[in-house]
Write a protein that binds this ligand. Structure first.
Ligand code: G4P
Length: 289
């Protein structure tokens, strides 16, 4: 799988676009994997343009870490757009039993038309797309049976394309389309970094922690407050840097001279957030669009 630290250049983008467009000719449904905590930031700004009118199914992955009400709102949002979205957790496999029926449902009309022509059990084919770290490999590992269909046995399939069998009449193109996020948008960058989709090494972790703490200062979760033995008032009217120092102090992260090790505090903050220790937090809602 691609490294999470992937650098996107216009050349890469063109190449990816071409690869996805070539794949589109072979498949019936595009499966877009999003991070349920950040469906806006984990989406690709050009996908609609790339896939044109190919049917799409959305998987709201990592729903085990997202706020359930927010995820339901996203499901409703997509429904209004005529798109089926399924909350899934590709780590445990929760929700994945809805995947095959959802693809069949999307293609029900096509299925019927093919059967009317006397074709029995047409094989439905899907392609996975998503930004790095959204859970593409985890999804593929969970749903694919080990056997790969042989290229030679599949008329009409370009040499080099391999298929994973998901069920007797559903196959998945083996290489997912690795999309780029809308990285020129600062908020998108921040949200990708908060959730760990972008590597910390390339970012200023303390600045990032201050951005995150600003969110917690405005909308603290009970779990967050309890974890640092804080009351809401303790953090409401202070600067984010002071909040970071407070977190460090609470955990005894001192360096010589009694100063707080804010870098360590920042790292701890993200370890705990990404580990789900602050509760189920969704960072983006359909209203934000
Ligand atoms: P990618 O192919 O799209 O790049 O993503 P990949 O499947 O490699 O997943 C990236 C990280 O997200 C992995 O964590 C993976 O375990 C985790 N992940 C994927 N789906 C889910 C999910 O539904 N829920 C949760 N909580 N995590 C998920 P990692 O830390 O890189 O690896 P690991 O320590 O989990 O093995």
């Amino acid at each position: 799988m691609q490294s999470q630290n992937i650098q996107w250049f216009p050349g890469h983008m063109t190449k990816t676009k071409r690869k996805i467009q070539a794949g589109l000719k072979l498949i019936d449904v595009v499966v877009e994997i999003l991070d349920a905590r950040i469906p806006i930031s984990s989406s690709n700004p050009d996908l609609a343009d790339i896939i044109q009118n190919k049917p799409k199914l959305v998987l709201l992955n990592k729903c085990d870490k997202a706020d359930r009400n927010a995820t339901n709102k996203w499901v409703e949002y997509y429904k209004k757009q005529g798109v089926t979205a399924i909350p899934v957790d590709c780590k445990s496999g929760r929700g994945l039993n809805r995947f095959v029926p959802a693809v069949r449902e999307i293609l029900a009309d096509k299925f019927k038309a093919q059967q009317a022509k006397g074709l029995k059990n047409p094989i439905l084919r899907v392609m996975i797309v998503g930004i790095p770290n959204v859970g593409k490999s985890s999804f593929i590992n969970k749903v694919s049976k080990q056997t790969r269909a042989k290229v030679e046995d599949r008329p009409g399939v370009t040499r080099g394309n391999q298929w994973y069998t998901i069920s007797k009449d559903l196959e998945m193109l083996d290489t997912p389309g690795v999309l780029w996020p809308k990285f020129e948008d600062e908020k998108v960058g921040r949200h990708l970094a908060f959730t760990g989709a972008i590597k910390d090494q390339i970012l200023d972790i303390e600045l990032l922690a201050m951005d995150f703490l600003e969110l917690m200062q405005n909308h603290p979760t009970d779990e967050f407050l309890a974890r640092f033995k804080l009351k809401k008032e303790d953090i409401t009217d202070i600067q984010p840097y002071d909040a970071l120092e407070l977190i460090g102090r609470k955990r005894g992260m001192l360096i010589s001279g009694g100063e707080i090790d804010t870098e360590r505090a920042a790292n701890l903050l993200f370890d705990e957030y990404r580990g789900g220790k602050f509760g189920l937090i969704t960072l983006e809602y359909p209203e934000d669009l």
